[in-house]
Design a binder for this molecule. Structure first.
Ligand SMILES: [Zn+2]
Length: 164
């Protein structure tokens, strides 16, 4: 039986928890890339571990998927992420040929530290510009994913507000 969006999101979430636990301070973000009903690759964010500002879970997953497939484009794949992807990851998905992004917790479900602090959502901006190329769906297992992160009402110390 083919897996649903909820099934894949649960796998991404479980992977994040298995690798990083459930403490928001450790930023357990998980992603998984699926093509034709099969997993191509999965990843967690490794920005702090690798001292790499681009090592978001989605980018780590796209890199692993490219290696696994032997090509940079994985046409028609779906990328699942436990947290709404940032602009960098959304654009990287477009370059990789991803046609669908599904995320768990959205921008409004988590602390503002997770997103760019300008007056725009890069995801909305890109979704609008690439409406013909990219389908977006949010809120899959929203609460279960949001539990892994600082929430909008949490008082997060200034020095912990780096997105890593
Ligand atoms: Zn990102």
């Amino acid at each position: 039986m083919s897996k649903s969006d909820e099934d894949w999101m649960r796998i991404a979430r479980d992977h994040a928890v298995a690798e990083k636990g459930t403490d928001p301070a450790d930023t357990p973000i998980g992603a998984i890339l699926v093509l034709d009903g099969k997993e191509v690759a999965r990843g967690i964010n490794r920005t702090a571990e690798d001292c790499d500002a681009t090592a978001h879970a989605e980018i780590v997953t796209l890199r692993a998927a490219g290696k696994a497939k032997g090509e940079m484009r994985i046409e028609g794949a779906t990328l699942y992420s436990t947290l709404q992807p940032c602009g960098m990851c959304t654009f990287a998905s477009i370059w990789a040929g991803v046609s669908r992004i599904v995320y768990g917790a959205g921008r409004e479900d988590v602390h503002e530290m997770y997103f760019e602090d300008r007056h725009l959502s890069t995801l909305d901006y890109i979704a609008d510009a690439y409406a013909d190329d990219l389908e977006l769906a949010g809120g899959v297992l929203k609460d279960e994913c949001a539990q892994l992160y600082f929430r909008p009402w949490d008082d997060v110390p200034e020095d912990m507000q780096a997105n890593d």
